[in-house]
Design a protein. Structure first.
Length: 411
């Protein structure tokens, strides 16, 4: 097998990755092929997998490409205050790093707890919280849809489903954002979320209720409270921020692309099409850490050593020219993207459905309540958060005709 020469590793950060990731991924693919040597914060080496077929290969082989982070050969070089630790955990007893039969039991427990969520109740929560958020801005005639709507809706709905007190939602949003963005407040955000979930589990252990946490605690597979806490942290992080970015990225597309103008006048098919196109072209979860090689192997022509970390380049794989030969936008029902992962460790189907209901309901409420909504700045001026993992807007300023609020707070 031929070996691709290994040029200088690419830093997985910087303004160009933030502003124009499609260009960065094209250049990476041109210079390195489907598997790219990268440097994380502190010059920590890893591999970014951009090839669609290669990503299928590693997510479909959990033995050769393990989710067990203890295999990582770089732990001796990782400081305790490394800002990416919340997203690349060590000795973390969560479902993310569990493998084999125990992972399957755990996935079954989470799936059952989420499947029990009543769809009509879920949509009712999403509609009422969305209406409450729009009530707070509708009389002003202008708003930042990211800070005042998209960043607040998913966590409020999830908090209600999980059993978190509504008043704890805003602080949880801040903690989640700090943790996921991987910067100086990442560890503090992780600590806040851990404390909040620990209190919730202890409360539901004493007084069970009809919520996701109580159903997880009632499972008979013998998971400890610590394991439940860790899984709740994963579920909250994976459920809130990507869904908030799905709302923001979809509304950005609909407000800047004439193909979706019909949605602004009550069309519903265009909403679904815009949301699906975002999953292909502007997916909230750009890169995921990770998989660890359990032995030496070749992938994409590169020599991967045992203990190397491979990052899942979901957006890069979605745009792989080997499978997207015409590079046309995919707005139909094609769901073969990697935005929810693949294989044993993909996002559970009930979690995907919950995210879709929250995002679509939120977008529908925005367009119903603010029918003449328009972008208040040029599309080119919209900026993205500086995260190596998720792609979302820092703000989405809009204008609209002021309208009266519908009613009081959701009770």
């Amino acid at each position: 097998m031929s070996t691709v020469p290994t040029p200088r590793p690419v830093r997985l950060s910087g303004p160009l990755l933030q502003d124009d990731p499609a260009r960065v991924y094209r250049e990476m693919r041109r210079d390195h092929g489907a598997v790219v040597p990268v440097l994380l914060d502190g010059d920590v080496p890893a591999w970014l997998v951009l090839g669609y077929r290669e990503l299928h290969q590693i997510t479909g082989d959990p033995v050769l490409f393990s989710r067990d982070s203890e295999l990582w050969s770089q732990w001796v070089n990782i400081p305790e205050d490394w800002p990416l630790l919340p997203m690349i955990g060590r000795k973390q007893p969560s479902i993310l790093y569990t493998v084999g039969a125990r992972h399957r039991e755990r996935a079954g427990m989470l799936t059952a707890a989420l499947e029990a969520v009543d769809p009509s109740e879920l949509r009712a929560h999403a509609e009422k919280f969305a209406d409450e958020l729009i009530d707070a801005i509708c009389a002003k005639g202008a708003a930042d849809i990211i800070a005042e709507f998209a960043m607040l809706l998913p966590v409020r709905v999830l908090a209600r489903l999980y059993g978190v007190a509504d008043e704890d939602g805003p602080a949880m949003v801040t903690a989640l954002n700090d943790m996921i963005d991987g910067r100086e407040r990442a560890l503090a955000g992780q600590a806040h979320l851990f404390t909040s979930m620990t209190r919730l589990v202890a409360s539901r252990r004493e007084e069970p209720a009809d919520d996701v946490v109580s159903r997880m605690l009632a499972d008979t597979s013998g998971f400890s409270d610590e394991e439940i806490v860790q899984d709740l942290m994963v579920m909250m992080a994976a459920g809130h921020q990507p869904t908030a970015d799905w709302i923001g990225n979809s509304l950005r597309l609909m407000l800047t692309d004439s193909r979706f103008a019909a949605s602004l006048f009550g069309g519903r098919n265009s909403i679904a099409e815009a949301m699906n196109e975002v999953l292909w072209e502007d997916t909230p979860t750009q890169n995921v850490a990770g998989r660890w090689a359990s032995r030496d192997v070749r992938l994409g022509g590169h020599a991967i050593r045992a203990g190397d970390m491979l990052l899942l380049g979901l957006q890069g794989a979605n745009s792989d020219p080997q499978v997207r030969t015409d590079q046309s936008a995919l707005t139909g029902g094609n769901g073969a993207h990697f935005s929810f992962g693949h294989g044993e460790h993909r996002c559970p189907f009930p979690a995907q459905e919950i995210a879709e209901v929250i995002a679509r309901t939120g977008i529908e409420v925005v367009l119903d309540r603010l029918p003449d909504i328009d972008l208040a700045v040029s599309a080119e001026s919209l900026a993205r958060r500086p995260s190596p993992w998720l792609r979302g807007l820092t703000e989405l300023p809009v204008t609209f005709t002021p309208t009266p609020a519908l009613g009081g707070p959701f009770t």
